[in-house]
Design a protein around this ligand. Structure first.
Ligand code: NDP
Length: 329
């Protein structure tokens, strides 16, 4: 089996030197065990903060050990009747081509006729994040104007589409003209290419003269500052992530206008998708329906082979993906 190990902790944007490909020989599966061959793996922004040696909601990656992350695989040898040969499973043992499992860490894929990699995207963790953020963390209302940052990504592209389904006005921020076209095709009402505007606050005011009621926060920094400037009273900010700070070597300065949280009586609510895993069946049923009705579209950017997984991961911070960033193994 081939595995990718973290061999040094990145400073700034990770580089290929922080990682190493390692070949190991797996034993034959023992009693109750199965051999899983991975078919798809996910790279996700949260993996970058996990490379820092500090306490968080999830333990840091250890040096000289195989990385972890969401992946889909197929059971190819089995001594466990719960997982016969051919069973498709999802699990957290990505960053490797195959592995032995006793089954406790495996989830059989729901019986829905869709390409299996969707369970790493729209029907998986990022989709659940978007759905939970809008329906459980805040209660999105039809009358809301919502601003979404990193709007063309795995989470953002689903947030935009759910918000349109709910009847909201959606303003999207993206980092290229191509991504702007993509989110327009998803039905958003206005798009800002943040790399092309001098003043994000002015661009946001122009797109939402009525002000914004919800800011779905994926980016932090200038995006948060602009959103705070344009929020209406009693606005809500589900804080999903702040990718603009993940590669920072030093603490980054906060927005200069945090006082608006007070004066505009805002609700700022951080959340982690793990707390919503119990909602997975409700989420999958709803999302699979929307997809079957053609109401939610899924975009993917695919890198091929475990040797390109590090490039795919680094690419997240360079805006290389539209929709879900995936590695086909
Ligand atoms: P994406 O598919 O959105 O990929 C990352 C995108 O972020 C890039 O394509 C890029 O798009 C944008 N980006 C990267 N660096 C910057 C920057 N410095 N400033 C602005 N935009 C940047 O990833 P995900 O959908 O998986 O994740 C989106 C956010 O959601 C992240 O913050 C992530 O940590 C968070 N998240 C949180 C979860 C939770 O449980 N709370 C679960 C899953 C994700 P562009 O070209 O537009 O710049």
């Amino acid at each position: 089996s081939q595995q990718i190990h973290l061999i040094s902790r990145p400073t700034g944007l990770p580089t290929a030197d922080n990682f190493k490909s390692v070949e190991i020989t797996l034993p034959a599966p023992g009693q109750g065990e199965v051999l899983v061959k991975n078919t798809w793996m996910s790279v996700d922004p949260y993996m970058r903060p996990r490379m820092i040696d500090r306490e968080s909601y999830i333990p840091p990656f250890q040096l000289d050990e195989v990385l972890e992350g969401g992946a889909i695989g197929e059971v190819i040898e089995s001594n466990n009747s719960n997982f016969p040969v051919g069973t498709k499973v999802s699990h957290l043992s990505g960053w490797r081509t195959s592995f032995i499992s006793d089954g406790t860490d495996l989830t059989v894929l729901p019986d829905i006729e869709v390409p299996e990699q969707l369970f790493l995207g729209t029907l998986g963790m990022p989709g659940l994040t978007a759905w939970a953020g809008l329906t459980k963390v805040i209660e999105l209302k039809e009358s809301d104007t919502i601003f979404v940052s990193a709007a063309s990504g795995a989470v953002g592209s689903i947030v935009c589409q759910i918000a349109k389904l709910k009847g909201c006005k959606v303003i999207a921020s993206v980092g290229s003209d191509e991504k702007a076209e993509f989110v327009k095709a998803l039905g958003v009402d206005a798009v800002i290419n943040y790399k092309k505007v001098d003043n994000l606050t002015e661009a946001l005011e122009k797109a939402a003269p009525e002000g914004i009621d919800v800011y779905f926060e994926n980016v932090g920094g200038e995006h948060l500052e602009a959103a705070l400037n344009v929020m209406n009273d009693y606005g809500r900010i589900p804080v999903c992530g702040m990718i603009s700070s993940y590669n920072a070597d030093k603490p980054t300065p906060g927005p200069s206008n945090l006082f608006f949280i007070n004066s505009k009586k805002l609700t700022v609510q951080g959340f982690i998708v793990i707390d919503y895993f119990d909602c997975f069946p409700e989420f999958v049923a709803q999302m699979a329906n929307w997809m079957a009705e053609g109401k939610i579209k899924s975009e993917e950017t695919i890198y091929h082979g475990l040797d390109n997984a590090v490039d795919a991961f680094i690419g997240l911070f360079e805006g290389k993906n539209k929709g879900k960033m995936l590695v086909k193994l």
